[in-house]
Design a protein around this ligand. Sequence first.
Ligand code: TUI
Length: 307
Amino acid sequence: MKTRITELLGIEYPIFQGGMAWIAESTLASAVSNAGGLGIIAGGSAPIDYLRDQIRKTKEMTDKPFGVNIMLMSPNAEELAKLVIEEKVPVVTTGAGNPGKYMEAWKAAGIKVIPVVPSVALAKRMERAGADAVVAEGTESGGHIGQNTTMCLVPQVVDALEIPVIAAGGIADGRGVAASFMLGAEGVQVGTRFLASEECQIHENYKNAVIAAKDTDNAITGFYSGSPCRCIKSKYTKKLQEMEKNAAPPEDFEALTVGSLRKAVVDGNTDEGSMLCGLIAGMVNEVKPAAVIIKEMMEQAEKLLGK
Ligand code: TUI
């Protein structure tokens, strides 16, 4: 399936693997790139030496294009912005902010820049700043989210921009890919489906929680603080929501949330960890190799779209 995205990046299939903080590392990213999609290493707030190592490992494991996601609110963003140039990373995606100030240096280095945006206004701003494409991320996504849904956001962003649009949020099979294309997207970004891939390095307990999750086992925390974050419903999210309702003091939030991603991803602590996950988890019921996930998704989409 050729689109402006496959042409722009030199990839076989227009499928990005989401740059999930604490989760998306070299094993997963290289598996997705080797399967013809775009694997993405998450910068998150990881130390720069770790990220350099992850980029180099990915280069050893694949000769295909891959990307790095830079979370712009992170304290490491400035350093990582330089590292991707030094390491000649082919694609950068950004989240949680405006990458405008890095754009000139990245473009001069030949990096393709694809910001993730939750609104039409931000999408337009990114196009003006020189982005090569944007990921329009609906509120169905896991992690930090905007308010608009994939179904409503994607066609509005497509209408507002000249550059290609990649749809994200709630896409986990070929029907989601086909629907995204009908909305005018030229690619999709998939996160939650890859949580249940063989190559994803999250703790088994977290993976099992994704597989066990039903359509309603999802919670948004931080709704009232203006920083909504979507996770699997758990003791942790119930506690956090209770504290929000009772306007608990900031130090109580700090105590509960500090290290919560690590607790979920590394320790497999499903009671105290924050299991970031999209709303489509109810449809994700089996662990499969990343290459199989991509192949099945594309075959189903091509059939539905009648090639
Ligand atoms: O970035 C995300 N999702 C994320 S980042 C993340 S890391 C983390 N999460 C929980 C605890 C600790 C660390 C988890 N999930 N999605 C992309 C996204 N970007 N969503 C919203 C935005 C966004 C917001 C504002 C993009 C641009 C923007 O611009 C504001 C401005 O300054 O113009």
